[in-house]
Design a protein around this ligand. Structure first.
Ligand SMILES: [Zn+2]
Ligand SMILES: [Zn+2]
Length: 234
């Protein structure tokens, strides 16, 4: 199977902590410049820039994996990768009532911009996206799967919001088939055993988008081949 260079965890200007330069077009332009084949844009608890990222990715000839990074009730970060932009946006709509009704303070947390592929601001999201949802890890995992997505615990070995650090163990009853390991810290081997291990940048700034370092084997360059890979069907 051919290997492709990927960065599967990138934040856009919709995430309050994402730099405003993380526009759909500039994320894709930078990823192309760096020599990547596949990217996933995974904003905190919302997917509303994905339709625009899709257009920019098509322009640059990149494969976009539609995703989100959801904060569970336990404050664990869980990536959800979806079969289509529509499925990710629909999931995002379903998540909305489960998020705290706290207004964003842009001067404190950063702006939450929905921006089109030409860099025009469409609107600014009012509700703060970085709070924790009221859904448990098990509930979010189930919801992602119901929408045809694949849940992947994010940066499991990192202190802030990593599953191993927050929970202290790998919940094997949730049957995760893939995990993201933060490449800059050691990770105990046992929790990863038998799972696909992904490394990504978690970039919030253009310059942090991954160099061509991490390869994934896919039978073809498509979202469904990626979902098959991480769910160990390929
Ligand atoms: Zn995270
Ligand atoms: Zn992240």
């Amino acid at each position: 199977m051919p290997d492709y260079f990927a960065d599967l965890h990138i934040h856009s200007c919709l995430s309050p902590c994402g730099d405003n330069d993380m526009t759909p077009a500039d994320i894709c332009g930078m990823a192309k410049l760096k020599g990547l084949d596949v990217i996933a844009v995974t904003d905190h608890n919302a997917a509303y820039n994905l339709p625009y990222v899709q257009r920019a990715a098509d322009f640059y000839g990149l494969l976009l994996i539609p995703g989100l990074e959801i904060t569970t009730k336990e404050e664990v970060h869980l990536l959800g990768y979806f079969p289509s932009v529509e499925a990710a946006v629909q999931f995002s709509d379903e998540l909305k009532p489960h998020m705290p009704r706290q207004k964003n303070k842009p001067s404190l947390f950063g702006e939450q911009l929905v921006m089109d592929e030409e860099g025009q601001i469409q609107y600014e999201l009012d509700t703060l996206l970085i709070g924790a949802s009221d859904l448990s890890l098990a509930a979010v995992t189930r919801l992602i799967r119901e929408r045809g997505g694949v849940p992947v615990p994010a940066h499991i070995n990192r202190g802030s919001n990593g599953l191993l650090v927050n929970l202290g163990f790998m919940p094997e009853d949730l049957h995760f088939t893939a995990v993201e390991v933060w490449p800059h810290l050691p990770c105990p081997h046992t929790p990863q055993a038998g799972k696909v291990v992904l490394h990504s940048s978690d970039a919030h700034y253009l310059g942090d988008i991954s160099e061509p370092l991490y390869q994934i084997p896919l039978k073809e360059l498509s979202v469904s081949a990626f979902l098959d890979y991480i769910s160990q069907k390929a």
